[in-house]
Design a protein around this ligand. Structure first.
Ligand code: ZN
Length: 115
C-alpha cells in the first residue's frame, strides 16, 4: 500500500490509502499526524508487512494512549516513562552505550581508530 495513492481492486471498488485508514482510527487526523503514524509507529518502509490492519492498529493504539495523557515509547508500543522511552528500551540503550565505551580504547599506532 502506498501512502498517498488510492487504487481500484478487480471489482472496481476503490481501496483506501494509508491516510484514509488512519482517519478511520483517528477522525480528522492531520496530514502531519498521518505521516507520523506511518513513519514513526509502523515498520514502513523497511520492516514487515505494513498493511491496512497494521496501520489501523498503530493509529488506534497511539490515539488511545495520547487521549489518556500517556506517551508511547519511540522504539516500541510500551508507555514511555522518561525521555520518550520505556524502561526496557532505555535500559537496552544504556547497556549498548556502556558496552561501546568499554570497548573503545585510546588510539594505538597499529589501530589508529581506537577500536
Ligand atoms: Zn520501548
Amino acid at each position: 500500500m502506498l501512502v498517498e495513492e488510492t487504487s481500484t481492486d478487480t471489482k472496481g471498488n476503490e481501496e483506501m490509502n494509508a491516510k484514509q485508514v488512519i482517519r478511520n482510527a483517528i477522525p480528522n487526523a492531520s496530514d502531519g499526524l498521518c505521516e507520523m503514524i506511518i513513519w514513526g509507529r509502523t515498520g514502513f518502509p523497511c520492516f514487515g508487512d505494513v498493511n491496512a490492519k497494521v496501520i489501523y492498529k498503530a493509529a488506534k493504539r497511539w490515539y488511545r494512549a495520547v487521549s489518556k495523557g500517556n506517551e508511547l515509547c519511540e522504539f516500541c508500543d510500551s508507555f514511555a516513562v522518561k525521555n520518550h522511552l520505556c524502561d526496557s528500551c532505555r535500559n537496552a540503550l544504556s547497556r549498548c552505550s556502556e558496552s561501546v565505551s568499554v570497548q573503545r580504547q585510546a588510539p594505538q599506532p597499529n589501530n589508529p581508530d581506537g577500536f
